[in-house]
Design a binder for this molecule. Structure first.
Ligand code: 9MR
Ligand code: ZN
Length: 555
């Protein structure tokens, strides 16, 4: 389990899965001096101490009983050490147990955030990774062969580039657009991010590195667009590759059918990107603008939902959706913001009350991205619609706050959030709180955002940091092909694991997680468990957004 024990894919010891060597749980990435700081103690104990590196107790406090916490299955106590603001490295000790080491520092989140952004670089497809940027994780170019259209084998295209989606080597347009949107809105919301130098091939070219990295994905999305504005839903091999390095996955690449989600998301992300890259590269911005127009034209000409599901003979990711209204809503919003053209405004208004979630921020539920665009960046917006959208985010935040207040850990996660990719929900909830605070100009949700960030980094029922490379006790065996195939014990850093899933969906997870395990503990740091411990670009991206908020010191 994690990096502290000797466990590999082929030498699995189920007995230690989930067992932290620490009995007390904190955010192992650490805390900013002035942030709210809470420790979780899952046993009876009245008081706790914070101990510095010399072993001196520098702070003491009483614990508070949180009663029985049903999501963790523990009788829980918490201790508040927010008043300790002095920079340093500490552990917490209580009842004869200790926590992992953590730091209090103005820079606590710099490295974790940089790692989570650099994770996208490590997922780059096509170019290969050079040692000067990737260090020991360097690898040769991959997936550069010509792709054939599954439905008409006389059609071929060169679609190299982009990011590997996840633990697999597929590249999927809607997933990519969602991750890009989180990163772009982080860039627009937290200008401090520009200061993060990422050591990627483009570093130092005058464009912020976050935008340099995003361009790698955008250039690929542009290649996925056909001349008629239609966009292939994905490019993958027919079947998932075995656990080999990307350059060893040499099976034929296939382009799969156009879906209206992929087209709408392309229009939306290209419109958003067009205005973002304008100050840095006018020519690129214009290409994006034209691509957005072209895909929007396709949407106009194809008003019906064009779903996607895998054809027979293909088992890679589906990313099917039940509707495309939220995608079209997002496209209309971004096009209106970009152009100010009333045509798009009319489309936005027409879609406004269709049945989808106007605060959704996931790959299959992008209405919240549209709302964000309209609320924050539309000129000549309709004030009454803005009021409704503000209320949507505020109401959702109130609902999530109530959920957090019910939870022993104070995290805005309810039982139903512990599904495949639960850490995305945790980070999306953080985004909702941040957006609510921004639009109201308040700081009401700061402690709730902090708690979710804490949760990701070790303040949880397993005491594990779900981010590779961060924390003394952390995920190290995610379901990520190169991380296994490279033979290097320490995982590529900055990868956000999917997290606990109360209904494990893969055979290894079913074998490792006993039935009846409380939701927050339905996890194993095991490379086989793709429904617990995979990584994806769109789980990293909302984490970047939340940690960018912390990094910017807005808490
Ligand atoms: O993230 C997706 C999750 O919400 C779904 O429940 C799951 C099953 O359909 O698929 C996940 O997406 C996977 C994708 O299909 C292929 N690449 C890896 C993704 C993460 O597991
Ligand atoms: Zn590749």
């Amino acid at each position: 389990m994690a990096v502290l024990t000797d466990k590999t894919y082929f030498n699995r010891d189920s007995a230690d899965v989930g067992a932290s060597p620490f009995g007390i749980f904190v955010n192992q990435a650490g805390y900013l001096p002035r942030s709210s700081k809470i420790v979780a103690i899952p046993f009876e104990c009245d008081s706790f101490e914070v101990v510095n590196e010399k072993g001196e107790a520098v702070f003491g406090g009483k614990t508070v009983s949180r009663g029985f916490d049903k999501d963790s299955g523990d009788s829980l106590r918490t201790g508040d050490f927010s008043q300790l603001e002095e920079s340093g490295r500490y552990r917490i000790s209580a009842g004869g147990k200790v926590s992992a080491v953590f730091e209090i520092s103005d820079k606590a989140y710099n490295n974790p955030l940089r790692d989570m952004l650099r994770a996208f670089y490590f997922l780059r497809c096509g170019s290969g990774l050079e040692e000067k940027h990737a260090g020991v994780y360097k690898h040769a170019p991959c997936h550069n062969g010509t792709a054939i259209f599954w439905e008409d084998r006389s059609v071929t295209a060169e679609v190299s580039g982009g990011w590997h989606d996840a633990g697999d080597y597929g590249r999927y347009v809607t997933a990519g657009a969602c991750a890009l949107a989180h990163l772009f809105y982080a860039h627009l919301t937290f200008p401090e991010l520009e200061k993060l130098e990422m050591n990627i091939p483009e570093s130092g070219n005058g464009t912020p590195d976050i935008l340099n990295e995003c361009r790698w994905e955008l250039e690929w999305i542009l290649k996925m667009q056909r001349e008629d504005g239609g966009v292939y839903h994905k490019v993958t091999t027919a079947m998932h590759a075995p656990f080999v390095m990307p350059e060893e996955d040499n099976e034929q690449l296939w382009l799969f059918a156009v879906s209206s989600m992929a087209v709408a998301d392309t229009a939306a992300i290209c419109a958003l990107a067009s205005r973002i890259y304008m100050p840095y590269d006018k020519e690129f911005s214009e290409r994006l603008y034209n691509a957005a127009l072209l895909s929007y034209k396709w949407l106009d000409e194809n008003p019906d939902f064009v779903p996607f599901s895998n054809p027979e003979g293909c088992n890679t990711g589906g990313y099917g959706e039940w509707e495309d209204r939220s995608n079209r809503f997002w496209a209309a919003a971004e096009m209106f913001v970009l152009t100010g053209n009333e045509k798009y405004h009319e489309d936005f208004k027409r879609l406004f009350s269709e049945s989808f979630n106007r605060t959704g921020l996931g790959y299959g539920d992008v209405g919240g991205l549209a709302s964000l665009a309209y609320l924050r960046f539309a000129e000549n917006a309709d004030e009454s619609l803005k009021t409704i959208l503000k209320t949507d985010f505020i109401n959702e935040s109130k609902r999530l706050k109530a959920v957090a207040d019910e939870s022993g850990y104070g995290v805005a996660m309810s039982e139903m959030n512990y599904h495949w990719g639960s850490n995305m929900d945790a980070m999306k909830h953080g985004m909702i709180f941040i957006i609510a605070d921004i639009i109201t100009g308040g700081k009401e949700y700061a402690p709730y955002i902090q708690r979710l960030a804490d949760y990701l980094m070790g303040y949880n029922a397993l005491g594990i940091s779900y981010v590779t490379g961060t924390g003394e006790y952390r995920c190290n065996y995610p379901h990520l092909r190169p991380a296994h195939a490279d033979g290097i014990e320490e995982c590529i850093p900055g990868m956000v694991s999917g997290g606990p899933n109360r209904t494990p969906n893969d055979p290894d997870a079913k074998a490792l997680v006993p039935e009846g395990t409380p939701p927050m503990k339905c996890f194993a740091d095991d490379v086989g468990c793709y429904s617990l411990n995979e990584i994806t670009i769109y789980w990293n991206s909302p984490a970047v957004f939340v940690f960018a908020w912390l990094f910017s010191g807005l808490n």
